[in-house]
Design a protein around this ligand. Structure first.
Ligand SMILES: [Zn+2]
Length: 127
């Protein structure tokens, strides 16, 4: 399989593209690649410091994606995490209730919206 080299700068470019679109310019957003062990087998994760409006996003590196046959769409995963930042208040309410059903619905909805945004963006870029 072809190895796609991606760096933290590529992630920062994706954030620079989507941060204004999602109305997140008042947030300080840090993003970097990490390995599968750090991410507990997830493809991405976000930690927030809401009172400072800071987000720390970690994205699974390409090498570990290839090892586990996970999708390589780092833009999709980044937009998914940025939507969690956008919806932080709703997220924190759901997290407090600790209800698995709400958690699944939330994740499905965010993933669906992220895929719709990415698909629309890529269609528009080919016009
Ligand atoms: Zn999620």
């Amino acid at each position: 399989m072809e190895t796609i080299k991606k760096t933290d700068d590529d992630l920062k470019k994706i954030v620079a593209k989507w941060q204004p679109r999602l109305g997140l310019l008042d947030w300080d957003i840090n993003i970097k690649f990490v390995d599968a062990r750090t991410l507990n087998d997830n493809v991405a994760s976000t930690k927030l410091s809401t009172h400072l409006q800071r987000a720390f996003i970690t994205v699974l590196d390409i090498e570990d994606r290839q090892k586990s046959s996970k999708e390589h769409d780092i833009e999709l995963d980044t937009v998914h995490e940025l939507l969690h930042v956008r919806l932080w208040l709703q997220d924190s309410i759901i997290n407090q209730r600790n209800n698995d059903y709400e958690d699944i619905i939330r994740e499905q909805s965010i993933e669906h919206i992220a895929r719709a945004l990415i698909t629309t963006d890529r269609q528009n870029n080919t016009l």
